[in-house]
Design a binder for this molecule. Structure first.
Ligand SMILES: Cc1cc2nc3c(=O)[nH]c(=O)nc-3n(C[C@H](O)[C@H](O)[C@H](O)COP(=O)(O)OP(=O)(O)OC[C@H]3O[C@@H](n4cnc5c(N)ncnc54)[C@H](O)[C@@H]3O)c2cc1C
Length: 286
């Protein structure tokens, strides 16, 4: 088990990492895994709360920090999950952790999905690849408060069936009243479902622009086309919410690494109302 550097423990969880123990690791797809953490300090464990869409900075001494969205149920206390694509220095080191190892956590940071603002509305959740991770807490929230929302449609796509996240949960989500539509870019012999990219599925469903809100996260190209489709169906930009990822370092609007126009993704985002971004995002209304 990694030794805990004393100096890193501080009452301010946003400035200094708190140590958490790895309690479970699950492979989700090739190069992607979910890691469940439990804070070692019982006070932090009992007091830590997050809102759907927020992220933590995960810290491994000697490697650095990476911004990773929280992918677990916000109403579950004591443990948090992060679903991670192991791409670089920090995340590859995280992929080598074992149960009972420890990792530093700063957070939660960032703007959440607008779960209260969209109450009473139909909700379209459009997501691709690992972009489902920051949306899963929003899905859990809707399932816990299903009567507060109208129709809920989840459109989720991945490159291949093997890249789909959380397939074991789709039936449970359907049973909870969410229309779960899954698509893949490339089918294989295991797949008899829909084939095609996420924005194409917008054509197959009747979406009432007068009362729908869109939540979207995924590859930037997918987000652009989801926004095109949303705007084309006359969903107003202020009811389209986007979660963006950018190269992020400090997590608190000081270093400027994640700046987009006047915004810092870490402090003003990652969830934005699209009308705030329209000018900087190169998607025209038509
Ligand atoms: C708000 C926010 C939330 C995020 N949530 C998640 C999350 O839930 N899960 C997750 O896996 N990542 C998430 N990320 C992305 C993650 O922070 C980056 O992938 C981070 O750079 C990883 O750190 P690293 O040191 O391992 O890789 P780095 O050394 O920073 O990057 C190594 C190489 O990988 C490339 N790279 C970086 N990110 C990606 C990527 N996503 N896909 C492909 N190539 C990439 C870089 O360009 C670089 O070439 C989030 C980012 C932000 C800003």
């Amino acid at each position: 088990m990694t030794a805990l550097p004393e100096t890193a423990i501080h009452p301010n969880l946003l400035l200094y990492p708190y140590w958490a123990e790895v309690i479970r690791i699950k492979k989700e797809a090739e190069g992607v895994g979910t890691i469940w953490l439990r804070f070692i300090d019982p006070e932090v464990r009992a007091g830590y709360r997050f809102a759907p869409g927020q992220f933590n900075m995960l810290y491994l001494p000697g490697y650095g920090e990476a911004a990773i969205s929280i992918s677990s149920d916000p109403e579950e206390t004591g443990v948090i999950a992060h679903t991670i694509r192991f791409v670089g220095n920090v995340t590859k080191a995280i992929s080598r952790l074992k149960e009972r190892d420890v990792i530093g956590v700063r957070g939660p940071f960032g703007t959440p999905w607008p779960m209260q603002e969209i109450e009473g509305r139909d909700v379209v959740i459009a997501s691709g690849g690992i972009g489902l991770a920051p949306l899963r807490p929003a899905i859990y929230h809707i399932l816990h408060h299903r009567d507060k929302y109208g129709k809920v449609l989840l459109i989720y796509g991945a490159r291949t069936p093997a890249d789909l996240l959380y397939p074991e949960e789709y039936e449970q989500w359907r049973a909870g009243g969410i229309d779960v539509q899954i698509t893949v870019d490339r089918a294989d012999e295991t797949w008899d479902g829909q084939v095609g990219v996420v924005p194409m599925l917008f054509y197959r469903f009747r979406i009432d622009h007068r009362q729908s809100a869109v939540l979207t996260c995924g590859p930037e190209i997918m987000i652009r086309f989801v926004i095109y489709e949303g705007l084309a169906r006359r969903i107003p930009p202020e009811r389209i919410y986007v979660s963006l990822e950018r190269n992020m370092k400090c997590g608190q609007g000081a270093c400027g690494h994640c700046q987009l126009g006047p915004y810092f993704i870490c402090k003003d985002g990652p969830v934005f109302r699209f009308d705030m971004l329209q000018e900087y995002f190169n998607v025209e209304e038509y």
